[in-house]
Design a protein around this ligand. Sequence first.
Ligand code: SAJ
Length: 414
Amino acid sequence: MEFQTISVIGLGYIGLPTAAAFAARRKQVIGVDVNQHAVDTINRGEIHIVEPELDMLVHAAVTQGHLRAVTSPEPADAFLVAVPTPFTDGYKPDLSYIEAASRAIAPVLKKGNLVVLESTSPVGATEQMAKWLAEMRPDLSFPQENGEASDIRIAHCPERVLPGHVIRELVENDRIIGGMTRRCSEAARALYQTFVTGECVITDARTAEMCKLTENASRDVGIAFANELSLICDRLDINVWELIRLANRHPRVNILQPGPGVGGHCIAVDPWFIVDSAPEEARLIRTARAVNDSKPHWVVERVKRAAARFKEPVIACLGLAFKANIDDLRESPALEIVAMLADARIGGIVAVEPNISALPQPLLGKIELMSMADAINAADIIVLLVDHRGFTSMDGNRMLSKVLIDTRGVLARG
Ligand code: SAJ
């Protein structure tokens, strides 16, 4: 099957790099996003998100005429849906963006098209997307009713790239391709082989959906184990980082690192999709979420205990991002901790975050953003929240007179 024109719906952290990757292979790519600002930025050859190397790739794609962005879908050979799938207040998956994307592309679908759902989704979402499309286009046949003979092919192909390494991982990682039928899978595999050098492994749509959720739930459970160990070790007066280093010398043990909690919009979200679809069975997965979500509160309690020894302590919080060496503050445990400390009124709070130039809205007016040197000079208590490059090479001697709460074990590791 030949795909010349490819449309990517949703030009965010996954959709935009994917659109640029197809464009780099000289496909005609139509990027679609409801955000006019994102569309205008991309059409100028610029980007509205931060990801290494993406700016160059998008600039080249746009100036060479392979990528253009629009706000409403146009006909294409293949459509990739890469829209957000958040959860609602009760930890239920919210498929409204997938529904909106389906309803937007349905009018321009034509016989022979392939539609791929890339968004991380609960089991059954691909079938649901196919239903929405079929409802809107009774004149076309879909795999849920017509199997291999259908006019439209549908597959799930979850993204699995690591923020900060997206461009390399997009090309090199293996891909799981879950078609609603065998021919759907083969069509999707042909599409991804345009730029993927990793293996494209075929399965069915439900297994592909569960596979992505399983990958992130596995990491969440692993981090929860490390976080639980950190609480146990604190009680028993054992250095958890040394303990983990030693245990990991066993050939079949590979414990992850404890931290201030789990952030980002994937690992803290996706396990809930499994819990929602099998609430009685998913006991460990639910508990891991609870352990990781409770960690920021535990850190705050430790800081409060330390602060009680001072009159008006200055508390320097190092790092606001959700993990090392990125500028992404979304769902960041560091940010949550700093906000809780600011509200606790236990002293003056200053923060160091070398990857941003201004404080985010919830912290504005409540705390001060400072350089590393100024913050350390001013501080009575230093709370290390993110293992950014500049922080890991910190000189321990400069902190001898201060209380140090190191949630990432940076000094222990150094
Ligand atoms: N973290 C720890 N200890 C660790 C590892 C991570 O506390 O040992 C924390 C981080 O500090 C961060 C959170 O976990 O707050 C998540 O960071 P991460 O690096 O584990 O993952 P993400 O959210 O940046 O990307 C994940 C990746 N999934 C897996 O590694 C299984 C990525 O491959 C996925 O594509 C991405 O989720 C996604 O989009 O689903």
